[in-house]
Write a protein that binds this ligand. Structure first.
Ligand code: BGC
Length: 344
């Protein structure tokens, strides 16, 4: 009870600011600290741009000043912890954390609780136990297994429609390689598992020729794929990439090896980043699964504003288990591509 009281007592000050009280004097300022695991990550930079834009819109709508500060954790949890400390020491009103190490959220939750500053994690899902340490901690993201299921379904549908298009060896089995994201990331584990499980559940036999991490990165994926092409040549019938940057890296490697667009294996990714959508249009990427960057940013902003207004989180977003905001994934192929390109 005591905790609840102090939590709302703390947000009362910015709440007054957010709802426009204090107008007529100098425009009040709200400070939002955004800690990123790695600012150069393609998907994360899309979410960040959206966040900045949406907070700017709120600023205009509410006639207040919202300062959004970004901190790049450069893939180091200790660097990120210091950045969060700085936000809290400087009296930021809310912090949004794209945590480097998903198993390390307890420290941040405890610090945020100590300062009574709400913390919204996003994209990299903390261990549930850590999130439950304090009522002011939330997570905004997408259910990782769904992306795997949809990715598997894309491949399964293509196989069912025209098996010969994928089954170059004609042995009735899909030979594939898997390009994985960072080890330990929920999206790596679950996208990898559920994509293949979906093939199996759909009655398609598959054989893994190779798999390796390329840490979400196009360059690393291209280097891996180059090696695999040297070893395996045309035996690779499909490439499952845990994200689009790595799918694009696989395409780079195939094209550099002299394959024509028609000769490429069946390559699929996740995210629906702008360059990936262009690759779908060009026919080099056969499909992707939209990771809703705009929706995640919208939810983070709506949740932040509700908390700063002193309102309940559930008044602004659909909350599961009092903690989680889930955004849906959507499969993207050449057939429905245009609606996603227009939405950009
Ligand atoms: C995205 C990746 C991104 C990663 C970063 C995933 O959800 O699909 O593209 O690199 O998040 O945490």
């Amino acid at each position: 009870m005591k905790r609840t009281t102090s939590f709302f007592a703390m947000i009362l000050a910015p709440a007054l600011l957010l709802s426009g009280c204090g107008q007529g004097r100098q425009a009040p300022t709200v400070r939002v600290g955004v800690a990123l695991y790695d600012q150069s990550d393609t998907f994360i930079s899309t979410v960040t741009q959206q966040l900045e834009q949406l907070f700017q819109e709120e600023e205009q709508l509410r006639g207040i000043k919202i300062n959004v500060s970004l901190a790049d954790g450069r893939s180091s949890q200790s660097v990120q912890n210091e950045q969060v400390d700085r936000f809290l020491d400087q009296g930021y009103d809310i912090i949004c954390v794209n945590i480097v190490d998903r198993t390390a959220a307890a420290v941040i939750v405890d610090k945020a609780q100590g300062a009574q500053v709400p913390v919204i994690f996003f994209n990299r899902e903390p261990v549930e136990e850590d999130l439950r340490r304090w009522e002011g901690a939330y997570y905004v993201g997408s259910k990782a297994d769904r992306a795997g299921i949809l990715q598997g379904q894309l491949v399964l549908d293509a196989w069912r429609e025209d098996p010969a298009r994928l089954d170059r060896s004609g042995d009735g089995v899909l030979q594939y390689v898997m390009l994985e994201g960072e080890a330990g990331h929920q999206d790596t584990l679950l996208r990898t598992e559920y994509s293949i499980q979906t093939l199996t559940a759909g009655g398609l036999s598959s054989e893994k020729l190779q798999s390796a991490t390329a840490n979400w990165q196009r360059g690393q994926a291209s280097a891996r794929m180059t090696q695999w092409l040297e070893q395996l040549g045309g035996a690779i019938e499909a490439v499952f990439a845990n994200n689009d940057d790595m799918a694009l890296g696989a395409i780079d490697a195939c094209l550099a090896a002299g394959m024509t667009a028609e000769e490429l294996p069946f390559i699929v990714g996740v995210d629906a980043t702008p360059p990936a959508l262009e690759a779908v249009a060009a026919g080099t990427l056969k499909g992707t699964v939209r990771n809703d960057a705009a929706g995640q940013a919208r939810s983070i902003v709506d949740l932040s504003c509700a908390l700063l207004d002193g309102q309940s989180a559930s008044s602004a977003v659909t909350l599961e288990d009092g903690k989680y905001v889930w955004l849906a994934y959507t499969a993207v192929t050449a057939e429905n591509l245009e609606q996603f390109r227009q939405a950009q």
